[in-house]
Design a protein around this ligand. Structure first.
Ligand code: NDP
Length: 256
């Protein structure tokens, strides 16, 4: 197992045993990502407001660490990073996945509903990425993967706040990617389409059916299919990929 103090050269990413942090890892896509990294032999911490993952122990592949951390609270974010660094060393792979929706049409959208979504989905990603990059820069390696959405590109009625937050991630990721590239750190974005999680369930059956009809592959994704894309961007094989947006959407937004 490698990690803090490993012998990796600048830009090299160890294939196994890395310190991985997945925000919003208690369920859904984040939990699938946590399981993916755990199965690789990485040391995986997940954060959420509840602090309790659906399952902390996965049969056969070990255990990950669940921390309580509301990403909208700078002190909680710093405390979570500090705890991980003390126990395992610096975070080498950050999956900034925590996200929320507060859907309603623009004319009914309160400033508070706007701010809550922007704070969680955009500002908090800036916060956790900045905190992770501080240490990655010293390590001369690291991977940051931000969870956007197909909604960033196609828009979605009732989701002006959500789509704005997810589109904002793209410009932020590309700016960060340019800033840290000289340290062999990559910053990329994954843009899922419809994924079978609580968040999709909240969309309601009627809207889900409407959206599904527009997906060339004709079905929603399993969270594990998004985790595979995240895992790839964090892998040694993706060392020359930075500033990209990788859609995992069954073809929903192809060409955009
Ligand atoms: P879920 O609602 O199933 O999971 C969201 C996760 O984020 C939970 O672990 C939740 O835990 C955590 N979370 C929410 N708010 C905070 C917060 N303030 N601080 C810390 N953790 C928080 O959603 P999904 O798994 O579906 O979504 C994961 C990501 O993927 C999101 O960014 C979402 O926008 C994106 N996405 C999802 C799609 C889908 O179809 N499902 C499509 C495109 C993108 P807790 O509530 O305990 O805090």
């Amino acid at each position: 197992m490698t990690g803090p103090g490993s012998e990796a050269q600048d830009g090299e990413v160890e294939a196994r045993g890395r310190v991985v942090l997945v925000t919003g890892g208690s369920r859904g896509i984040g939990l699938a990502c946590a399981r993916w990294f755990l199965a690789q032999g990485d040391r995986v911490a997940v954060t959420s407001r509840s602090g309790a993952a659906e399952s902390d122990v996965d049969a056969g592949i070990g255990q990950f660490w669940s921390l309580t951390c509301d990403v909208t609270d700078p002190e909680q974010v710093d405390a979570a990073f500090s705890a991980i660094e003390e126990a395992w060393g610096p975070v080498e792979v950050l999956v900034a996945n925590a996200g929320v929706t507060r859907d309603t049409l623009v004319l009914r959208m309160s400033e508070e509903a706007w701010s809550e979504v922007i704070d969680t989905n955009l500002t908090a990603v800036f916060r956790v990425a900045k905190r992770a990059l501080t240490k990655m820069i010293r390590l001369h390696r690291g991977r940051v993967i931000m969870m956007s959405s197909v909604g960033a590109f196609v828009g979605s009625a009732g989701q002006a706040n959500y789509a704005a937050s997810k589109a904002g991630l793209v410009g932020m990721a590309r700016s960060m990617a340019r800033e840290v590239a000289s340290r062999s750190i990559t910053v990329n974005v994954v843009a899922p389409g419809l994924v079978e999680t609580n968040m999709l369930a909240a969309l309601g059956e009627e809207r889900t059916t409407q959206f599904r009809a527009q997906v060339p592959l004709g079905r929603v994704a399993r969270p594990e299919e998004v985790a595979e894309a995240v895992g790839f961007l964090a892998s040694a094989g993706a060392g020359y990929i930075t500033g990209v947006v990788l859609p995992v959407d069954g073809g929903l937004a192809m060409g955009l």
